[in-house]
Design a binder for this molecule. Structure first.
Ligand SMILES: [Zn+2]
Length: 257
């Protein structure tokens, strides 16, 4: 019963975080401020949206995916981002229960959704938000003691160094922003889980891109956004990292126990 309540709460929290991250990503990509007085408006008729139009997941379904005033189609990206974030955080709640790992995943989610969306839309990782992510991960670790904070700092350093090395070896096919993002991931994941998350991220990227290369849908020169794959690798490490580490004789570290 308590588990069901936590998963239910996590679904709506995830939907709200996904909605926020999506709006922030769109405004950042459009070079607009996303705090202050600027209200959300319909892209077609320009009408200011009211609270009942902005309920994550629910409004889109209730409105049949169309604007209440002009009937224009609401971009599917809003609904997709909200539902995906809701699904991810529900799964985290189911997997971790009410634990530090759950709070870490909830705090990392809006950052990863934001970076994935801006990378897909603009091909750009916003450094300041990668640094903010790293700072957030480190701050969450400090109350748990020096060891936990040091693990986050080592994770951030390793994430940055590994990605920067790959970036240099690949001669600029990947953006420097990916190294900044790996630093943010590292602060949340800690040293061992960061290495695993990056490995799984490259695996996910390879599995996705290789068939596209073979089918000639993309070429070696195509700039494929890598943040979504890093996000996938991070999630896979969160969910299965403990078992993979144990399999190879490593002990998982807090909070991914
Ligand atoms: Zn409209």
């Amino acid at each position: 019963m308590e588990d069901a309540l936590l998963i239910f709460t996590a679904f709506w929290l995830g939907a709200a975080l996904g909605s926020f991250a999506n709006a922030a990503a769109m405004r950042t990509a459009a070079d607009k401020k996303w705090w202050g007085s600027e209200r959300s408006v319909c892209d077609s008729c320009g009408r200011t949206l009211s609270a009942r139009d902005l309920i994550p997941v629910v409004s889109f379904i209730a409105l049949g995916g169309r604007c209440r005033m002009c009937g224009a189609k609401i971009p599917l990206r809003h609904f997709t981002a909200e539902l995906a974030a809701a699904a991810v955080l529900s799964f985290c709640a189911w997997r971790f229960g009410l634990s530090s790992a759950f709070f870490f995943s909830a705090a990392a989610l809006p950052f990863m959704a934001f970076h994935s969306l801006t990378d897909i839309e603009t091909g750009y990782i916003y450094d300041s938000w990668a640094i903010a992510m790293a700072a957030c991960g480190l701050l969450l670790r400090i109350p748990h003691g020096v060891g936990a904070a040091a693990d986050g700092a080592f994770g951030a350093a390793a994430g940055f160094a590994l990605m920067a090395a790959i970036l240099i070896a690949s001669r600029g096919k990947m953006g420097f922003g990916d190294a900044m993002l790996a630093m943010g991931i590292g602060a949340f994941m800690g040293l061992k889980m960061t290495i695993l998350a990056l490995y799984l991220g490259f695996l996910a990227g390879g599995i996705t891109v290789l068939p596209l290369l073979i089918a000639k849908k993309v070429t070696r020169k195509t700039a494929v956004p890598f943040a979504p794959f890093l996000f996938a690798g991070m999630l896979a490490a969160m969910f299965f990292g403990k078992f993979i580490l144990l399999l190879f004789g490593f002990s998982p570290s807090w909070p991914w126990l």
